[in-house]
Design a protein around this ligand. Structure first.
Ligand code: URA
Length: 439
């Protein structure tokens, strides 16, 4: 143990002094942390040194590889057909995975998805799914394969056997202010995706006030880091940079996002959410060889929603992963939050700007996310946020509704959300949702 501690300190010191780490040093840190031989307090220092001083391309690739090899690399050769996944760099109200995975599986492309939990101010697919009573994301390798064989998709978590290093690092980054780091995001996303046994990957790189990369130029650097890593491992990849300057859709918070996803699967028109979802699904269908272009993939995706088949597929996967299908069929049966409060517009004007980080943090404060590793999520907590940038809001209109069991947070959250919005007397241009497609 002494040797481990000594070496760990030397490696942290090197990163602190902006020196490059060797392959052996990175592997040593990741392997020992994944095995529980390096304590959280020391690994936190390494994460912060990396956050502050970054990593070279080679160090990032080594980090990804070490994280990937902390567990099993899944082999899906026994499953026929293409295997394609999507991963987002994280946002507020970003629930596209819940909608697009059933669409793409219906189109005949397997989706072996391994996701993450809420990170920083953003929500996580696993927390959303686990708000469905009974739903299990911690499936064994055998179950993982058998669920894909049965319905063409699975929605799973990292486990003790599958990218355990990411499972541990992810939870630690979440509470040590070390999330917004290009090498750490790259290692986290790509280790999960490379462990899945996929042929192709679509990356949704978010930019704006609710993303980890606030500026487009930084989102492009992150996109390059992710795409280069995917290519180094021989994966077909498409990166799509999308807007995160306001919540995607209207619902923020775990169960609320399941509700909005189910409504979208049932064909409800939610323009911004479905524009992004169809684009990502279209790219996946294209990478999976079921369309000759992304645009054709988008058309297929739209048809599948209209047919109701994606909704049926979602019910199928909920059942296979032990979730309560009856509550999905009857959403109003879900328990209600103790407190519901409306936020009313105090003036008339065009919505010009949303500090989307503050909206995400407000949802966390209401109980939708974690501030420490031990925090327990309140699945019902969250916000329904009505307006979009460019909308005209009239005095007295409901801007948002908040749901929580935490009475003492209500007033400060209302003030927080009000402060996060800026208005203009003049008309405001709507935001472009899809910024760039990178190949
Ligand atoms: N999604 C992940 O899986 N990891 C990150 O670091 C950010 C988004």
């Amino acid at each position: 143990m002494n040797g481990v501690i000594l070496n760990t300190i030397e490696i942290i010191k090197k990163k602190r002094e902006k020196e490059k780490l060797s392959v052996d040093e990175i592997k040593f840190l990741i392997n020992n942390y994944a095995k529980g031989k390096i304590p959280d307090y020391q690994f936190s220092a390494f994460l912060m040194a990396t956050y502050l001083n970054g990593m070279s391309v080679v160090e990032t690739a080594t980090l990804t590889e070490a994280m990937l090899h902390s567990g099993t690399i899944i082999e899906l050769d026994s499953i026929s057909g293409a295997k394609v996944d999507k991963h987002s760099t994280g946002g507020v109200g970003d629930k596209t995975s819940l909608i697009l995975a059933p669409i793409v599986a219906t189109a005949g492309v397997n989706v072996p998805m391994i996701s993450g939990r809420g990170l920083g101010h953003t929500g996580g697919t696993l927390d959303k799914l686990e708000s469905i009573p009974g739903f299990r994301t911690d499936v064994s390798l055998t179950q993982y394969k058998s669920i894909i064989k049965k319905c063409g998709m699975v929605l799973a978590s990292q486990t003790k056997n599958i990218v355990p290093a990411d499972k541990l690092m992810y939870a630690l980054r979440d509470v040590t202010a070390t999330v917004e780091s290009i090498p750490l995001i790259t290692g986290s996303i790509m280790s999960k995706k490379l462990a899945e046994g996929i042929d192709g990957l679509v990356l949704d790189i978010k930019t704006g006030s609710g993303a980890f990369m606030k500026e487009l130029k930084d989102a492009k650097i992150l996109a390059k880091s992710l795409i280069n890593t995917a290519k180094a491992f021989d994966k077909n990849v498409i990166g799509i940079i999308t807007d995160m300057n306001q919540p995607l859709g209207n619902n923020i918070g775990n169960w609320l996002e399941v509700v909005e996803s189910v409504e979208a699967l049932q064909g409800k028109e939610i323009p911004d959410l479905m524009t992004v979802t169809h684009k990502l699904a279209g790219a996946m269908i294209y990478l999976g060889g079921k369309a000759s272009s992304i645009n054709e993939g988008v058309e297929i995706s739209e048809e599948i929603i209209k047919s109701g088949k994606a909704y049926d597929k979602f019910l199928e996967v909920v059942k296979l992963q032990k979730g309560d299908v009856s509550i999905i069929k009857n959403l109003s049966k879900y328990p209600k939050s103790k407190y519901t409060e409306e936020i009313i517009a105090s003036k008339t004007g065009y919505l010009k700007e949303v500090d989307n980080y503050e909206i995400g943090m407000s949802a966390l404060q209401l109980g939708a996310g974690r501030l420490t590793k031990e925090d327990i999520i309140e699945p019902k907590a969250g916000i329904i946020f009505n307006p979009k940038i460019g909308d005209k809001i009239k005095k007295g209109e409901i801007i948002a509704t908040i749901f929580t069991d935490r009475k003492k947070e209500i007033n400060s959250v209302i003030t927080r959300i009000e402060k996060a919005l800026k208005y203009s007397n003049k008309k405001v241009t709507k935001h472009k949702l899809i910024k760039t497609i990178l190949r």
